[in-house]
Design a protein around this ligand. Structure first.
Ligand SMILES: *Cc1c(COP(=O)(O)O)cnc(C)c1O
Length: 395
């Protein structure tokens, strides 16, 4: 066959030379705190399965029952005949969860960010103001919008204010600030009270992406808005059903007016098919578990505190994390890869995160504990981290 893509040879070579070629490890068991990955049983510190809902018996049952009752999918986009009674039920329950008037469910958190940025920011006279460490889907949402982009230094409120009061922003047609609620690589929480204050002062729309905070922060895991007691003061909350909820999907929690608008113009809503009923039923059951089994959230935080303090005692630099996402700073890409490989051989899976996902010099391992890890699992993991960390002169 003719090779009309031989330019890929050079691209692949570069990726390999720069250590950016990805060969994912393969999960062969259920997504569990101790899982079989690439044929080996390891302590799994890599999933977003914060509350172990991926294997919760009540949720599995809800999923199976929905598949039995409704079949395996809606085979349509939401705006044609992919909106089922379960989708409507989930949207009203998510609005209640986020304490907003309404909610729109789309295929993923990625799509949710694209939906809002692309639907609201439609002219070069609009300005999207974004934290420099925001998630890739916010960046791509910005690219698909027609707005000008202004990037502020990570959680730097003086820099944000300087941008907000500039003539360019003040004279813009529409203006929106976007921030992650919890930053996915560092685990720090956005200074939301201050951002809210600034957005109110300068009359700017505020959107918070709570992908890593929903199910994790605030009462019942309602997210950063509940955590900081800011009910009614954040215009748009993005959530994902793919992390703590452990299925797949995303949503926009907002006013009824914005929900009505997005339901008629959002391109992911209009042009990409709706999630199967079994997935939606799992999310409804997941909310029920969040409200009725608060022990998972409590154990998640107990484990988080325990693991962080043990890592610190062992001498690791865990950055500025305030959440179950705990980075272990390494500062060099090759060393981070080696660290991750050696840990795996010893029975712990923690992924190396390198440039361009994080800046050069900030390479790290990223760990996420779940409610299902036992103290023994975490203690053993720290012992292995310590052994390998010493061998590689990281501590
Ligand atoms: C993971 C993540 C997303 C994407 O969510 P998916 O549902 O996996 O598409 C969006 N925003 C942030 C901040 C994330 O961490």
């Amino acid at each position: 066959m003719k090779d009309n893509m031989n330019f890929l040879d050079a691209e692949l070579k570069t990726l390999k030379e720069e250590g950016r070629f990805i060969t994912p490890r393969v999960l062969q068991s259920e997504q569990a705190p101790v899982a079989t990955i690439d044929g080996k049983e390891v302590i799994n510190l890599t999933s977003n399965n914060y509350l172990c809902l991926a294997t919760h018996p009540k949720i599995k049952k809800a999923s199976i029952e929905a598949a039995e009752k409704y079949g395996i999918g809606a085979a349509a986009v939401r705006s044609i005949i992919g909106t089922t009674s379960l989708h409507e039920k989930l949207e009203s329950q998510l609005a209640e969860f986020k304490q907003t008037e309404a909610c729109l469910v789309v295929q993923s958190g990625f799509s949710a960010n694209v939906t809002v940025c692309q639907s609201l920011m439609t002219s070069p006279e609009d300005v999207l103001i974004s934290d420099e460490l925001n998630h890739a889907s916010i960046i791509d949402g910005g690219r698909l919008s027609k707005a000008k982009k202004k990037i502020y230094r990570h959680s730097d409120m003086a820099h944000l204010e300087k941008i907000l009061k500039s003539d360019e922003v003040q004279n813009a047609r529409r203006k929106m600030v976007v921030t992650d609620g919890v930053f996915s690589m560092d685990g720090d929480i956005a200074p939301l009270p201050k951002i809210v204050e600034l957005c109110e002062k300068y009359d700017i729309v505020l959107m918070v992406d709570d992908a890593h905070s929903s199910g994790v922060l605030g009462a019942d895991g309602r997210g950063t808005v509940a955590h900081f007691n800011l009910k009614g003061r954040v215009d748009i909350q993005i959530g994902t059903l793919s992390k703590a909820f452990a299925t797949v999907g995303g949503y926009v929690a907002c006013t009824q007016k914005l929900r009505d608008y997005l339901g008629s113009v959002s391109r992911p809503f209009l042009f990409s098919s709706s999630a199967p009923q079994s997935v939606i039923a799992s999310c409804i059951a997941g909310l029920d578990v969040l409200y009725n089994e608060p022990e998972h959230l409590k154990t998640l935080w107990d484990n988080t505190k325990f693991f962080k303090s043990e890592l610190k005692k062992a001498g690791f630099d865990t950055g500025d994390s305030e959440t179950p996402i705990t980075p272990i700073m390494v500062g060099d890409g090759d060393k981070a890869t080696k660290f991750s490989q050696r840990l795996f051989e010893e029975g712990v899976f923690a992924l190396a995160i390198k440039f361009p996902t994080v800046p050069k010099g900030k390479e790290r391992l990223r760990t996420i504990v779940t409610s299902g890890h036992t103290k023994e699992n975490l203690q053993q993991a720290v012992e292995i981290f310590t052994k390998v960390g010493k061998a590689l002169k990281i501590i």
